[in-house]
Design a protein around this ligand. Structure first.
Ligand code: 5AD
Ligand code: SF4
Length: 443
């Protein structure tokens, strides 16, 4: 999400006559896009800002600004606490960045953290920063109003709003025409994507009305169908799906398009109904397992990945065991695993004591990590002997004689390069594996 936002910022600043550079030495302004989801993400940013003081001592005109969720959360308090900062700008205010930079150049500090109910940057064609020219992110909606009790996102990114589907399809098509072969559609909860057409007209971002013959409502399944229909050679991925909203209709659309990748990120957060209720996730373990069954019914070869939080408020050993049991049942291909980090302003921080000791959170987290490592390895071992169509992405980090790419399930496969070229599809047979990577041979 942040990567996609940085690309929008790149486009806004380029249009205003600024140039994106790749080293701090060349820069006169350094903008750091930030995440506020866990405290350690924020601490890393603060550490980086303090380190930059040394560079600012040598390079006197260098100014530093903070963008994104941390800017939104802390607002101008951040500039009071880190006195080498000159600018803070929240996620809905990027169009004002050229003006704010000008303000700083005139010797002032600048802060803009107003949230919007309509901003989607729909008309901005992002500048692809550090892109491999093969895969790109497309933001399809912004904000979140699910208010999971532990989560700061609804406060830092504002109300949920969807982007005009026509601009999304146009962006995907333009990427495909320029040689890109994979797009990932992004939103905090893509399943609640919704664009309404009133009286047979499209209502555009700016409120302008255009007459169109078409559907009256575009939901996420319809949007996926539109993007996947651009070209069978364009792979389409998406993230993230909230389990409460994952519909059979979406699974049907996925199954009907071979180029929609067989991979669903379905954050579970906990395997205990008591914890799910405390987290305000609005589903039960039984509901979640039913969605997993539905995925496997529609697409038996679909990989499933998740997010999980260890040591949420009041989590007992039984609750923790229920999470481990769920991991045994689902057998995820990959998981992002976190310790609960209390965030100021959230429902949990106001009403639920953060009562699991850090050492115990770490112990539970490590137990989940060990189990998931074992499951991922076993899942990968089952892949040995299978053949996959791989989108070749580039040279392997380990050896320049090898390339790497991903299969539809989003698994990384490394293979001897032969005559394969990045940006093309090749069939690869899996010969061996680790828990993280498949090793194969061109067929
Ligand atoms: N503490 C720990 N993990 C969190 N996440 C969100 N908020 C918190 C928090 N306060 C995790 C969730 C979410 C992922 C993006 O980050 O698992 O799905
Ligand atoms: Fe946070 Fe829940 Fe929204 Fe995800 S769905 S961003 S965890 S509030």
């Amino acid at each position: 999400m942040n990567f996609a936002d940085s690309e929008v910022v790149g486009a806004i600043l380029t249009a205003a006559g600024h140039t994106v550079v790749t080293t701090v030495e060349e820069a006169t302004f350094l903008l750091i896009n930030t995440c506020a989801i866990r405290d350690n993400a924020e601490q890393r940013v603060r550490h980086r800002v303090r380190e930059l003081r040394a560079i600012q001592n040598r390079h006197r005109e260098l100014r530093i600004g903070i963008l994104g969720c941390m800017a939104e959360r802390l607002q101008s308090r951040l500039m009071a606490e880190e006195d080498n900062l000159s600018l803070v700008c929240g996620p809905d205010a990027y169009r004002r960045l050229p003006e704010l930079i000008e303000q700083v150049r005139n010797g002032q500090q600048a802060a803009e953290t107003e949230l919007s109910t309509t901003e989607t940057y729909a008309d901005i064609e992002p500048v692809r920063l550090g892109s491999n020219g093969i895969s790109a992110y497309i933001s399809i909606m912004r904000g979140c109003q699910n208010y999971c009790s532990y989560c700061v996102v609804p406060y830092t990114r504002g109300r949920e709003r969807s982007r005009d589907p026509q601009t999304i399809v146009a962006e995907a098509r333009s990427l495909f025409d320029r040689g890109y072969r994979e797009v990932t559609l992004l939103g905090q909860n893509v399943n609640s994507y919704e664009w309404r057409v009133e009286n047979g007209e499209w209502r555009t971002e700016s409120g302008e009305r255009r007459v169109e013959n078409g559907e009256r409502r575009v939901g996420f399944p319809e949007l996926m169908d539109m993007v996947a229909s651009i070209d069978p050679q364009l792979r389409v991925r998406f993230a993230t799906s909230h389990p409460k909203d994952l519909s059979d209709k979406l699974l049907e659309v996925m199954a009907a398009h071979q180029n929609i990748c067989r991979c669903i990120h379905l954050p579970v957060q906990s395997g205990s109904n008591r914890m799910l209720k405390a987290m305000n996730r609005k589903y039960t373990v039984e509901w979640y397992l039913d969605r997993v069954d539905a995925i496997r019914r529609f697409m038996p070869d679909c990989s499933i990945t998740t997010d999980v939080i260890a040591g949420f408020c009041g989590e007992t050993l039984d609750d923790h065991q229920a999470t481990l049991d769920l991991f045994h049942k689902v057998r995820y291909d990959y998981a992002f695993m976190f310790k609960y980090s209390e965030r100021e302003g959230t429902y949990a921080s106001r009403h639920m004591p953060d009562d699991i000791l850090d050492a115990e959170k770490t112990r539970r987290l490590n137990e989940i990590i060990a189990l998931q490592g074992q499951i991922a390895l076993e899942n990968n071992q089952k892949e040995i002997g299978r053949e996959y169509e791989v989108l070749v992405e580039g040279v392997s980090h380990r050896s320049d004689k090898q390339l790497f790419g991903r299969n539809s399930q989003n698994k990384v496969i490394v293979f001897d390069r032969g005559d394969a070229q990045p940006g093309t599809y090749r069939r690869v047979r899996v010969d061996s594996c680790t828990a993280a990577t498949l090793l194969g041979t061109l067929v």
